[in-house]
Design a protein around this ligand. Structure first.
Ligand code: MN
Length: 486
């Protein structure tokens, strides 16, 4: 990565670009980090340029890019925030200060996790741009992870999946989320990553491209009859999200049909609906698969029309229809630079940020704050394993009964005993991340125990158990009723 390439891209992506300021920040950072190298052996300034380059890619504003170049200066060199303030002004100094504060985490283990999460959220409420810089900084650290010892690689990858990528998702910065997730996936589950990469990238690629091309041709033929300007591209799911879906639905790669979608980008909202109509007249839409995120955007601000139709060869085929603006927002987050042009105080924040501010006001202590945030904003999840090696995702504090129902209703209904990590446990035992869970069933038994309702956590388990007791009550009621009549 070179400063020339950074400046080139900045000219393309940043309306208020000032190449002199970028050059000045580059020289300042280069002097400050002089003689410093990274673990990977490259000059430190490489890391600063990469961080700033990624910020340019997501179309951050000029000050954020400048702060990206300077982000490690106060932490690692003899220059201070005050030096930066003198040279680059208050706004840049406050961004760099925010990043420096975010980096200082003194705890280990769960305390470290909590502190980290709290700081990230405070940074979001303080100035979202700090978090954008942190993500770009982290992305480069991930890309150079190989230079670190194994245990550190794992810690950083895990921390990224636990804290950074969920927040990137909440902010709708998909471009960064995907990239970070796939790198972490590769480091944490190298075998699974390789297998999936082989199936997805090598075995199925040409098949997929042909299918895309054929579908595109049919749609284009119809679109050309109208005056609508359009662009059709393929939107491929990235590996980590396919893998997550395989885990969640307990399916093999071949059984995940929406590994890619056709993306149609048009000029305005009216045309989005027109294109939707055209697609639905060519192919029959699948029931319940149409989502109007334009009329009702997702909580992170995501807007688009989604529909799945029965496409060629009777294959379920997904379409995403959106305007150029919506498309850019989905890559860079709806919070990106254009919101900062006007008065900062009027910056739109997604609803959950306000929700978080409320939580913060009520909870002075970090533990409570994080608990509330995790409960309300993140969904608390754990991953446990079956003896066959299947991974089941469950809410925290789930029990073996939740696990059994997650596998199959018949298994849930017939649980007699649970073995966790080769030890017999009670059925209300609280499962932990990474547990190996084995369920012993009694085939002759058909009904769940009503008392399980007092401790199960998942909706599925609750519903199934209730369903059974309802049926039983109904049976009893029927008996009484018929007795009375007779
Ligand atoms: Mn850094």
């Amino acid at each position: 990565m070179t400063i020339e390439r950074l400046i080139q891209r900045a000219i393309e992506n940043i309306p208020e670009v000032d190449t002199e300021v970028i050059m000045k920040a580059y020289k300042f950072a280069k002097r400050a980090h002089e003689n410093q190298t990274r673990k990977s052996g490259e000059a430190y300034i490489e890391h600063s340029i990469f961080t700033a380059f990624e910020l340019v890619q997501i179309k951050a504003d000029l000050n954020t890019v400048v702060a990206g170049l300077l982000h490690d200066v106060p932490e690692d060199t003899q220059y201070t925030i005050e030096d930066i303030r003198k040279e680059f002004g208050d706004d840049v100094a406050s961004l760099v200060n925010g990043i420096t504060k975010l980096g200082k985490i003194k705890y280990r283990g769960i305390e470290r996790y909590r502190e980290n999460l709290k700081k990230m959220f405070l940074a979001i409420t303080d100035d979202i741009r700090i978090v954008y810089i942190k993500f770009c900084d982290r992305l480069h650290n991930l890309k150079t992870l190989d230079a670190l010892p194994k245990n550190k690689q794992e810690r950083i990858a895990r921390e990224t999946l636990e804290i950074y990528t969920p927040i990137a998702g909440l902010l709708g910065i998909w471009r960064l989320k995907w990239q970070m997730e796939d790198i972490c996936f590769k480091h944490l589950y190298p075998k699974e990553y390789q297998e999936l990469e082989y199936e997805y990238e090598i075995e199925k690629r040409s098949e997929r491209n042909q299918f895309f091309q054929k579908t595109k041709n049919i749609l284009e033929k119809e679109l050309k009859k109208t005056k609508i300007d359009y662009e059709i591209t393929a939107r491929f799911k990235h590996l980590y999200s396919i893998w997550q879906k395989m885990q969640r639905k307990d399916r093999k790669f071949d059984e995940i049909y929406d590994v890619f979608a056709l993306r149609v980008v048009v000029k305005n909202i009216e045309n989005c609906y027109k294109v939707l109509g055209i697609i639905h007249t060519i192919w029959k839409p699948l029931l319940n698969r149409f989502k109007d995120y334009i009329a009702v955007p997702k909580p992170n601000g995501y807007r688009s029309l989604h529909t799945t139709v029965i496409g060629i060869d009777n294959k379920a085929t997904e379409f995403q229809i959106k305007t150029r603006e919506m498309y850019e927002e989905s890559l860079f987050g709806s919070q990106s630079h254009w919101n900062y042009k006007s008065d900062r105080s009027s910056t739109k924040k997604p609803g959950w940020v306000n929700e978080m501010l409320e939580i913060q006001k009520e909870n002075k202590n970090t533990e409570d704050f994080v608990k509330e945030i995790k409960f309300n904003i993140f969904q608390d999840r754990i991953f446990v394993f079956s003896p066959k090696g299947d991974v089941i995702e469950l809410p925290i504090k789930s029990t073996p009964i939740d696990f059994a129902y997650a596998i199959h209703t018949d298994i849930g209904n017939r649980v007699t005993q649970a073995i966790v990590n080769e030890k017999i446990v009670t059925l209300n035992h609280e499962l932990k991340n990474g547990d190996l869970v084995e369920i012993i069933i009694d085939k002759s038994r058909k009904s769940p125990n009503n008392e399980w309702l007092s401790f199960v956590k998942t909706k599925k388990a609750k519903e199934r158990i209730k369903q059974y007791s309802k049926n039983k009550t109904l049976d009893k009621f029927k008996k009484i009723f018929y007795k009375d009549v007779s």
